[in-house]
Design a protein. Structure first.
Length: 367
């Protein structure tokens, strides 16, 4: 009797366990079916392809500085004088920025010019009779020797006899001594080589300066430039004088620039090349940060897509509510987008990235 009860209990346990096992399997299949159904009917955002002409651009960015900028460095020792030698002050080409006391040198130069002029006046009188073909040029040379202007260049001396004659008169020694003094005097004068303005001024009127001391920067605000690091592939697309559209947080819209030069030497650290951009726009200032793009061409029959939709030169198109992988040609890639070829007009593509997407995946989309 007891044995019979045990058998019945065992049978019931086995039946109950089998029931639980079957229920568990059915539950698993049901969950899988639900997951598959959810996956296959996912609602996604899509768009229709419309092929068009897209601009091919190269992104650039950098800090503007004057393309015509020099350091003003003293070539003499002495006291510097100038009441207008201040940052932001504008000068025209040829203006005196400042000077170091030079009265003694100027007096010495005038004395040398006086000696030279007396010597030349005698030589010209003799040249008139002995070398008449050279008389006119030497007479003009004599007329151009003045105390308040630089020494004129020597006339062309092709006649060997005339050259020997001048050497015998010690003319060359007199002339070049005066020229050397004149060059010394120029070092005491700080003359504007071009129209521009001062910056980074480190001295004041009456300050003692020494040879080799940098006292300021001088730049022209008319033409500004910046250097931008660009990839090798992008740099090879760029040509000199290419149009550049510039932007900044400091103004609205775009400003025009152009490529002034290209440095195709590869930087050892970044493995990039450099492109230099210039602009004369009045809304741009020395020291301003700008960014923009170089227009390098147009790509016909292309499409602009989000970069994250591309995976190893492939992307998905939608055919009969299923994802189909399609090979494409990447014309150019930017930070967020890519210009591509390989699609057709009215192809239906995803407008969003789908995690774990695969070929044949069923989707739903809004029409």
């Amino acid at each position: 009797m007891r044995e019979t009860k045990r058998k019945i209990i065992r049978a019931l346990v086995i039946i109950f366990a089998s029931f639980l096992f079957v229920k568990l399997i059915m539950s698993f299949k049901k969950d899988t079916s639900i997951n598959k159904l959810t996956e296959s009917t996912r609602l996604v955002s899509v768009e229709n392809v419309k092929l068009e002409s897209n601009k091919i651009t190269v992104p650039v960015y950098g800090k503007l500085s004057s393309s015509n900028e020099i350091n003003i460095v003293s070539e003499v020792n002495g006291i510097f004088y100038s009441k207008n030698f201040k940052s932001g002050v504008n000068f025209s080409k040829g203006d005196t920025l400042g000077f170091v006391k030079f009265e003694e040198i100027e007096s010495n130069l005038n004395s040398q010019k006086s000696t030279l002029l007396n010597q030349v006046s005698k030589i010209v009188s003799e040249i008139k009779f002995d070398f008449p073909e050279s008389y006119e040029s030497w007479y003009e040379f004599m007329q151009e020797i003045r105390f308040n202007t630089p020494l004129p260049p020597l006339p062309n001396i092709e006649n060997k006899k005339l050259k020997n004659y001048l050497s015998g008169k010690n003319f060359f020694n007199t002339y070049f001594n005066a020229k050397a003094t004149e060059d010394r005097l120029k070092k005491h004068l700080f003359i504007a080589e071009f129209s521009g303005s001062l910056s980074e001024v480190s001295i004041k009127n009456g300050t003692a300066i020494v040879f080799g001391q940098k006292i300021a920067k001088y730049h022209s605000p008319k033409t500004l430039e910046f250097e931008s690091s660009t990839s090798i592939k992008n740099t090879l697309l760029v040509k000199n004088k290419a149009k550049v559209l510039l932007k900044s947080d400091e103004f609205e819209g775009e400003r025009l620039g152009y490529v002034s030069r290209i440095n195709k030497t590869i930087n050892a650290n970044s493995q990039n090349m450099s492109v230099f951009i210039e602009s004369t726009d009045n809304d741009l200032y020395n020291g301003m940060y700008v960014f923009g793009e170089i227009i390098v061409g147009e790509a016909e029959n292309t499409f602009l897509v989000k970069r994250n939709l591309i995976d190893k030169n492939q992307m998905y198109v939608i055919v009969a509510n299923k994802l189909v992988s399609k090979k494409i040609e990447i014309v150019q890639v930017s930070e967020e987008n890519a210009v591509i070829r390989g699609l057709k007009n009215n192809d239906l593509i995803l407008n969003e990235s789908i995690k774990d997407a695969y070929d044949g995946m069923e989707i739903r989309y809004k029409k």
